[in-house]
Design a protein around this ligand. Structure first.
Ligand SMILES: Cc1ncc(COP(=O)(O)O)c(C=O)c1O
Length: 387
């Protein structure tokens, strides 16, 4: 069966040397990043400070729009930041946790950095209500919905769970939150680029994530979507001169907020990372998330099928509609197996309570899936002999 998505393989040098199954952690680097970073250095070297006016200042808006385009966000509704944790801080700083609405509701399957941030906000009045998973794979939606009440300020929640790839019922969570006057901050780090995201159809208040995984954009760029009606009125207290109406006026005293996306930014932008992420965004846009999703469902189904044939525990939903791009497999000695896979140039990772995470992307072949599982089988066989 021919796979048209494989025509992009030559764009990613690392695929020549490794079985790259780790796009849930760091997507493969597009070859064009060499040119992008050389272009950055050339601009700096030849244009010097003029680069800000000629290119760098507006780069933040352009990259925000390129990311926004992948999630059906309106122009200028996506600001760029360094990472998801910073995005949480920007959103938190828009709200006051001293009144009646102080509850922050999320699942214990959220990415830990997000939980560490919100736990620390207790010092400013936030009351964290963390809903525990029953099986380590799925989020108990009904209990989460019940916890969202008229005292809830915010629901910062992952769209796709990093440990298990479970897809949260974002529509139901947003609907409940809005019914009681709360806001949802959807972390689309593990969805955007592999699972379709439409912020307008979801009517979500905020969405954040980063580009280094499924978007093949490298480290250093996080993004924050703010629904335009909120973007016109919210005033982040984590702010700075990029968010000022007249940044080059260098006015003293309180700020005068400009419009989104700069309104949600603060200090000088991370230009090299912004340049480096564009080739990945361009390729993902060209390939199309619908096609990526279709292939991902097929390859992740095959991984589950193979794991089940061997009797290994699968910590990922069987239902393709509830599953993102990763399959977590907890075979015997899984941490050791993951180390041995790395030694054989099969790039995966291991997480506690998950096992080995296999994350094929649009550039992976079906043969690589078979080879990765074949290698696990071989490693376990050799270990049995050794014991
Ligand atoms: C769902 C999710 N959110 C956030 C992060 C990372 O957060 P940050 O960008 O703050 O490092 C990750 C992964 O590394 C993740 O999987």
């Amino acid at each position: 069966m021919s796979d048209p998505l494989l025509r992009y393989r030559p764009e990613f040098p690392i695929l020549e040397r490794t079985n790259y199954m780790i796009s849930n952690s760091l997507g493969a680097m597009p070859r064009a990043v060499y040119d992008a970073l050389r272009g950055y250095a050339d601009t700096w070297a030849t244009r010097g400070v003029r680069a800000w006016e000629e290119r760098w200042w507006m780069l933040a808006v352009e990259v925000g729009n390129e990311i926004g385009n992948l999630m059906n966000a309106p122009e200028s509704s996506v600001s760029v930041h360094q990472n998801v944790t910073t995005c949480q801080a920007v959103v938190a700083s828009c709200f006051d946790f001293t009144g009646k609405r102080t509850k922050v509701v999320y699942s214990d399957l959220n990415f830990p950095s997000v939980m560490y941030f919100w736990e620390a906000q207790r010092a400013y009045g936030a009351r964290v209500d963390m809903i525990k998973t029953d099986d380590g794979i799925t989020v108990p939606t009904e209990r989460l919905l019940d916890a969202i009440d008229e005292h809830t300020m915010l629901v910062p929640i992952s769209h796709v769970i990093f440990r298990s790839a479970y897809i949260n019922d974002a529509a139901a969570i947003i609907e409940k939150a809005h019914r009681v006057g709360a806001h949802v901050l959807l972390d689309t780090f593990q969805s955007l680029g592999t699972v379709p995201v439409d912020v307008q159809a979801l009517n979500v208040d905020f969405a954040c994530g980063g580009v280094l995984k499924w978007l093949c954009g490298g480290p250093g760029v996080g993004y924050l979507y703010v629904r335009p009606d909120l973007g016109r009125k919210l005033e982040p207290k984590l702010t700075g001169w990029f968010a000022h109406q007249n940044p080059f006026g260098f006015e003293v005293g309180p700020t005068r907020y400009t419009d989104a996306p700069f309104r949600f930014m603060n200090g000088t932008s991370h230009v090299p990372s912004l340049e480096a992420c564009r080739p990945g965004l361009k390729i993902v846009r060209e390939v199309g998330v619908e096609k990526i999703r279709e292939k991902s469902k097929r390859q992740t189904a095959r991984l589950i099928e193979l794991a089940e044939q061997h009797g290994w525990r699968v910590n990922t939903p069987r239902d393709a509609e509830k599953r993102g791009g990763t399959v977590s497999i907890d075979m015997p000695d899984s941490q050791q197996v993951s180390r041995e896979l790395l030694a054989r140039e099969i790039l995966v990772d291991w997480r506690p309570k998950a096992g080995v995470r296999f994350s094929p992307h649009f550039y992976n072949t079906d043969a690589e899936i078979e080879a990765a599982i074949g290698a696990v089988e071989q490693i376990l066989g050799e270990r049995r002999v050794a014991v």
